[in-house]
Design a protein around this ligand. Sequence first.
Ligand code: SAM
Length: 362
Amino acid sequence: MFDHYYTDEMDAVNAKFEAQKIAFAPLSFQAAKALRNLGILELVSKSRKKGITVKEIADKLNLSEYGVSVLMEMGLGMSIFKLKESTTEDLIYTLSKVGFFLLADDMTRVNMDFSEDVCYQGADDLEKSIRTGKPEGLKHFGNWTTVYEGLSQTSDQFKKSWFGFDHFYSDLAFPEALPIVFEKPVKRLFDIGGNTAKWAIQCCKFKSDVQVSIIDLPGQTAVAKENAKKAGFENRIDTISCNVLDSETKFPEGANAVWMSQFLDCFSLHQITKILTKIYPAVNSETDIYVLEPIWDKQRFEAASYSLQATSLYFTCIANGNSKMYRYKELKDAVEAGGFHLEEAHHNLGINSYSLLRFRKK
Ligand SMILES: C[S@@+](CC[C@H](N)C(=O)[O-])C[C@H]1O[C@@H](n2cnc3c(N)ncnc32)[C@H](O)[C@@H]1O
């Protein structure tokens, strides 16, 4: 945990400023997005140390000086721009470090697109979601109980930002997870929540004799099957369509390893234990159960913890109404309550500090 989670050292002047940032957060978010999407950040970046005026930006981008001025002034307040000392009447803007990250940092881009295309409208229903325990914001996209039921039917823009977000985070941890999982011989691996088959395909490329079964909802297994075929692995990757929460769902037997990446965060702690209780009879004492998750109290950087804390709210108002990004102990305890015990934990996988946890039957 970061030290300042325990202390309150900020002076009142700065604390009041922080409170205003929250009070105006919807507007500042939209301003930053407009600065990025209208090409203003890029133009200011290209002006380098020389800097650029509102008039120059307005002329180059064919926008009104009024429109550019309100965005630039808010950007100055948000520390996206810095002013250059000048003798002229006009303010001369340069790009700050914050502006650089908004323009060029992948994590910031992926988070902003996800906030805009997946979360923004539904965030207005957050309070209601907390009261009802349902993802009240999901109705903006379709009439589903969870986002996973409708994922394959959402708009291209929604899918682009949802998958961009999902893949950005887990993809970076996969290369470091592969040698750990395949340290021991794995002939058959079950990938629960295997989604687009990204992990399954990487397993097949990494190990020439592994067979992977993807277990997921029907909309996702159809896409996974297609992707496995395109990658030339249709004989080594099969799919099993099911809802893991249905009472009739039984997990197949015969896996040396069970893999769940960014999967358990789709469920409440109670449901996590229930899923593990279902896996229990399908595995033996030699089967390794792998859980790959970004855990907010295991992050090296505050920006990463903050991203995860914010992602939890997406689960509340859009995804399902009852899950979140977990703390290490609560996640470990929920899995262990299903009849397993933790064998090893690797933290800090990939640049986003994923945790890879290996469990076995008690
Ligand atoms: C966040 S994605 C993770 C995808 C992938 N494992 C990764 O690491 O990028 C969660 C996956 O779990 C699946 N899922 C969610 N609820 C499910 C359920 N009740 N039964 C089966 N699969 C489910 C979703 O369809 C989705 O493919």
